[in-house]
Structures are given as structure tokens and as C-alpha cells.
Design a protein around this ligand. Structure first.
Ligand code: PLP
Length: 405
């Protein structure tokens, strides 16, 4: 059964503007009352700095912050809360990991494997360090189903491969990559794997232990939580590699004028006063998911939405090119273009109908170059979207096609 009627009521952005349609959820999701209220509650009743006070509010704030770490650990089935490092988002998580590994693990001429469908946030951090320290980057192709070509990726592995860093789900195409098989193969060669889970975290369950993922990065704002909060999951077995380049208050056990003894992970990596209300908001976003049936329920509803959208779009195939395969496991993210038209024109006209979609390269320029297109129109759905919104969108799209002919 659709969880939507109850869920929609929980999002003020949706209920206060129900004549509009928000289909840009891969960029950021709307926030439920539970998250908004948790932030207000924090500032009105708790506000204090964490980890260093003995007074009531500091202890309370620390308890809320550390409870959130446990909730996140349970949500992705991490073995231990210490494997959850709070960051400002996926981009920060990947840069943090790139710095740590450059500090302790990589050597000149080491090879890092990425894919052509990766988001710039999982290309530029590695490209920057590769240019600075002399690592080699290699890119896996995509297959005809718009997923990372697993066999091609495997063929890139050599004795110099030190890391595979890939998107779990493509933010532009919606396709779910076969990361389990990539991780299993990588581990046979003692290569750790980072999954960029920015686009998977809000759509289906992730179990890092079952996947055997070594590192995983995601952002709160794409899963109903506030902006400015994210997570780097790092399996305990690699904590010794995580020696940060940046440090400061909260990261130490003891400091002398010329040397310091650093704390264990995660505190060693969370320098300075963190985004406390963001962490608390993230916890409440996860609680919101649990309280509304859990991520599996979200997945089932979003599958229904995705199929409805896809079948309606395929009926327009004389006029549009769709960059998604019907049978590829996907999240509800679909890219298309009206034939012979620039995506910006389509996006602008849809905006005039009150429909928010994303247009452009979606921070995946290498993928756009690979597909030989300037960009796409991207529809990305969330649990509060409805079949009726899709129908209204299809009517608006048909009018847009007529206008652009
Ligand atoms: C696959 C993927 N990776 C990384 C990012 C970067 O996330 P953030 O801007 O929250 O750091 C995004 C954002 O769209 C994304 O879709």
C-alpha cells in the first residue's frame, strides 16, 4: 500500500505548495517536521558544545550527538559506531579519505580505479591528489545498460591498484552498479573499495557488512536530513590508515607545544566544533524513515513510481531519448532529452508549469562526454511523490514537446 498520504503531510514544503511538483530529489530532498523540529528543539533546549563540558547541557548535547552515531551505524549495519565519521557531506567524506590515504597509504605510481559515470565529487578529489603525488587514475567504462561495466573494471586491476572508488548508484542515470561483485573481486586482490552512496542511501537498504564495503560516503541532505552533514563510514580494519592532514580541538588525547597524541577514530577526524544540529537532524531523518515503514517500504513505493514514470516516458520515445534501461536495477532517477533540443529549454518550460527538474551535466561531465550529449533533463523522485504528479508532469512534457517542435 502507498505510504504517501501520511508521508506527504509530514513535509511542510510539499503541503504548503501542493500545486507545484518537486522532481529534483537527487539534488536534495525536502525535510519532514520531525527533522525541522529536532533542530529547533536542539537550539531551544540543549544548545551546548559537545565532548568537553561537565555541565548538564554539554552532557545532553554529547549524548544526543553520540546517539545519532549509533543510529547511523544501525541504519547501514556497521559493526561499531566508531566506524561512523561525521563530515559535511559526501564531497567532504571523499576528500577526507583522499587526504588520509595520501598521508599513510598511497605511493607514487599507485593506481586508483574510478568510473566514467562518477560524480565530480568522486573524481576531483582523486584527480587532485593524483596530480600532486603522482598516482595514476584509471576509468571503468559503462555498459549498454548504463551501469559500470564490471568486467571492464576488473580488467583494469593490476598489482599497482590501491583503491577502487565508485558510485553505488549513478546520480545522472539512476542505475545501480553491481558493487557486490566488484568488491568481492577487489578483495581477492587485497584492494579496498570506497562506495559513493550519495544516491543509494535514501532509496534502498545498505548493509556495509553484507556488501563488505571498506569505505562508504553519503550526505544527509539527500535523505531528508539537513544540509551540511554527511558520513564517512570506514571499516575498523582501516582505522590505522586514517591519519588526517587537518586537526584541531576535539581530536587529541594530549598536546605538547611540539607534538600531540591523537584520539582514536572517529574523534581524530572530527576536528573543531562539529555540525551538532545537523547530526541530530540526521538521526531524526533516519527515525522518520523507520517510523514510516522503513527503507524497504520506501523502495517498494519508489519502484512503483519509477515504473509508472518509465512506461509513460517510453510512450514518447518518438520525441525523446531516454538514458535509462528498462531492465537495469535503478532508483527513481531518469534522464532524457527532447530530440534536437537543449535540456535547459525543456527545464525552463517545465518550470513554467510549476515542475522542478534538474537540467545540465549533473556534475558528471565525463559521462556526458562519453554519451556525446551536452546534458540531460533529470527527473528524480522521493517517497513523497505520487503517481498523480507523474501524470501531471507527462501532460506538461507533451505540451513542452509541442512548443519546442
Ligand atoms: C553520486 C554523488 N556523489 C557525490 C555527490 C556530492 O554530494 P554533496 O554535494 O552532498 O557533497 C552527489 C551530489 O549530487 C552525488 O549525486
Amino acid at each position: 500500500m502507498s505510504p504517501v498520504p501520511d508521508i506527504r503531510k509530514q513535509f511542510p514544503f510539499i503541503t504548503q505548495q501542493s500545486d507545484k511538483i518537486y522532481f529534483d530529489n537527487a539534488a536534495t530532498t525536502q525535510k519532514p517536521y520531525a527533522v525541522l523540529e529536532s533542530i529547533q528543539n536542539y537550539y531551544t533546549r540543549i544548545n551546548a558544545n559537545i565532548h568537553r563540558g561537565v555541565h548538564h547541557w554539554s552532557i545532553l548535547a554529547t549524548e544526543h550527538y553520540e546517539a545519532a552515531r549509533k543510529t547511523v551505524a544501525q541504519f547501514i549495519h556497521a559493526q561499531d559506531p566508531s566506524e561512523i565519521i561525521f563530515t559535511s557531506g559526501t564531497t567532504h567524506s571523499i576528500n577526507l579519505l583522499a587526504d588520509c590515504l595520501s598521508n599513510t597509504y598511497f605511493q607514487q605510481n599507485d593506481e586508483i580505479i574510478l568510473s566514467v559515470l562518477d560524480h565530480h565529487s568522486n573524481i576531483l578529489p582523486w584527480q587532485n591528489r593524483a596530480n600532486k603525488f603522482g598516482y595514476q587514475l584509471k576509468y571503468a567504462h559503462i555498459n549498454a545498460q548504463y551501469q559500470i561495466d564490471t568486467e571492464h573494471l576488473k580488467s583494469l586491476i593490476t598489482r599497482k591498484t590501491k583503491l577502487i572508488a565508485i558510485a553505488h548508484v549513478s546520480n545522472t542515470l539512476g542505475s545501480i552498479n553491481d558493487v557486490k561483485s566488484i568488491i568481492d573481486y577487489a578483495h581477492q586482490h587485497n584492494i579496498p573499495v570506497l562506495l559513493d552512496a550519495a544516491q543509494s542511501i535514501a532509496h534502498f537498504p545498505i548493509n556495509v557488512q553484507e556488501l563488505n564495503a571498506d569505505f562508504l560516503a553519503f550526505s544527509g541532505h539527500k535523505m531528508y536530513a539537513p544540509t551540511g552533514i554527511g558520513v564517512l563510514y570506514a571499516s575498523k580494519k582501516f582505522h590505522h590508515w586514517l591519519q588526517p592532514l587537518s586537526s584541531g580541538g576535539g581530536t587529541i588525547v594530549d598536546v605538547d607545544l611540539y607534538k600531540a597524541e591523537f584520539a582514536e577514530i572517529p574523534l581524530r577526524l572530527e576536528a573543531g566544533t562539529p555540525h551538532i544540529e545537523g547530526v541530530i537532524g540526521l538521526k531524526h531523518a533516519i527515525d522518520f524513515i523507520y517510523q514510516n515503514g522503513g527503507i524497504n517500504q520506501f523502495y517498494l513505493w519508489e519502484e512503483e513510481l519509477r515504473k509508472h514514470l518509465y512506461s509513460n516516458l517510453t510512450e514518447l520515445q518518438d520525441d525523446i531519448d531516454i538514458y535509462t534501461d528498462a531492465h537495469t536495477p535503478s532508483v527513481p532517477v531518469i534522464s532524457f532529452n527532447i530530440k534536437n533540443n537543449h535540456p535547459y529549454d525543456t527545464g525552463t518550460l517545465l518550470n513554467n508549469f510549476g515542475i522542478a527538474v534538474r537540467t545540465g551535466h549533473h556534475c558528471t561531465q565525463p559521462l556526458m562526454k562519453h554519451l556525446k550529449i551536452p546534458g540531460t533533463v533529470r527527473i528524480s523522485l522521493a517517497v513523497y511523490n505520487t503517481l498523480e504528479e507523474i501524470d501531471r508532469f507527462i501532460i506538461a512534457l507533451k505540451k513542452t514537446i509541442k512548443m519546442l517542435k
